[in-house]
Design a protein around this ligand. Structure first.
Ligand code: NAD
Length: 357
């Protein structure tokens, strides 16, 4: 039968009213967008970010500056810089700010770099999440929401990834670190009744998107007429999720205090690499120059989210069609980087990474 375990779960009503939310990784792509939305609706935000140089730090600095400029009043957005594994710093933040809602977005992302340097993923993903849950228990946090990833489905044989599937086959240290966070989250719920929700994001893109990820890279390379890499024959397909949909799903999760749940947040639809490149060409208005490369270790041939659980329990629906998302992203890119043929002000990224994360 198609009966899923969550179908009988109680539907949690959203908590309405003011919140002070600690957003870890709030200088990053997803964290800064979530912070912006929380601030817009009247919540206060505390950000902790180490602003590491995984990609151009100027992007992160500019994300923070935009938030501060938009909400200059004291207490609206408070920023701490440092490592979330620094226990003294984190204790100080919990004591000074007393946040009751945690939106934990900080992590080392990226599949391929995790194969090169797994230990940084153990540190920034596993140690960090454990410390945050430890402190959340100690300081009586109401709700702990954290970023997991579609990469936990890595070795799955199914075409449509559902949370009911037991996924025990991470194919990269990054995926293993996210799966470990989910396991520890269950433990913290079990031991201390911490309310925890893990969100498995499916390749997120949009304005402000990460320069190490395929959607940004493709738009950037095609805009500048620079050769881009295509891994595999173009038939591989991904579930790409527009940032606004992700922000909506994250905020719905912050507002509902589930005991322990994991949700897919995706579009619920795969797009082939071929079609993706076609749409980029259409909306950038130039032809792509493509270098064909074989599939990379750790890459997954397809990802597609089953979002029925998030729909049922969070009221989540993905609203932005893929083509519209690409159109908006290309438009943002043009405005931001003012591409003057071959004179874009982009810092070339050393890291070539899988579009799956
Ligand atoms: P991002 O790299 O833009 O943001 C992460 C932020 O965390 C960065 O600003 C970084 O400086 C900060 N950070 C990392 N380690 C830290 C540490 N030890 N201490 C303090 N700050 C630290 O990435 P993103 O795309 O915004 O991703 C947000 C979360 O979503 C991550 O957990 C990521 O693994 C997850 N995720 C993202 C995607 C995606 O497609 N973007 C997909 C699946 C999961």
């Amino acid at each position: 039968t198609n009966h899923k375990s969550w179908m009988d779960s109680e539907i949690i009503e959203p908590h309405v009213g003011y919140k002070k939310v600690l957003v870890t990784g709030g200088a990053g792509f997803i964290g800064s967008h979530v912070a912006e939305e929380l601030l817009a609706r009247g919540d206060d935000v505390v950000i902790i970010d180490e602003i590491n140089d995984y990609y151009d730090v100027r992007i992160k600095e500019s994300n923070l500056k935009q938030l501060q400029d938009a909400y200059p009043e004291k207490g609206r957005v408070t920023i701490y810089r440092g490592d979330i594994c620094d226990r003294d710093l984190m204790e100080k933040i919990f004591m000074n700010e007393n946040p009751k809602w945690i939106c934990h977005m900080a992590a080392r992302a990226g599949v391929r770099p995790s194969i090169q340097d797994p230990f940084i993923y153990i540190h920034s993903n596993i140690t960090a999440t454990t410390l945050l849950m430890e402190l959340s228990h100690k300081y009586g946090v109401e709700n702990f929401v954290f970023a997991s990833s579609s990469s936990v489905y890595g070795g799955s044989k199914s075409a449509f990834f559902s949370e009911d599937e037991v996924v025990d086959y991470p194919v990269s240290p990054y995926a293993a670190s996210k799966k470990t966070c989910e396991l520890l989250a269950y433990t913290y719920h079990h031991l201390y009744q911490l309310n925890v929700t893990g969100l498995r994001f499916f390749t997120v893109y949009g304005p402000g998107g990460r320069p190490d990820m395929a959607p940004f890279k493709f738009i950037d390379r095609v805009s500048r007429g620079v050769e881009m890499q295509q891994y595999g024959d173009g038939s591989s397909s991904r579930d790409y999720t527009y940032i606004d949909d992700i922000v909506d799903g994250v905020i719905r999760s912050i507002d509902r205090q589930h005991n322990y749940e994991v949700f897919n947040l995706g579009k619920g639809e795969g797009t082939s690499l071929k079609k993706f490149i076609g749409l980029v060409q259409k909306h950038v208005g130039k032809k792509a120059i493509i270098e064909l490369l074989p599939d990379q270790p750790g890459d997954v041939p397809y990802t597609c989210a089953d979002v029925a659980k998030a729909k049922h329990m969070l009221g989540y629906t993905s609203l932005i069609p893929f083509e519209e998302g690409i159109r908006r992203t290309a438009e943002w890119y043009k405005k931001t980087y003012a591409v003057d043929d071959n004179e874009a002000e982009i810092v070339e990224q050393e890291i070539i990474r899988s579009p799956v994360s």
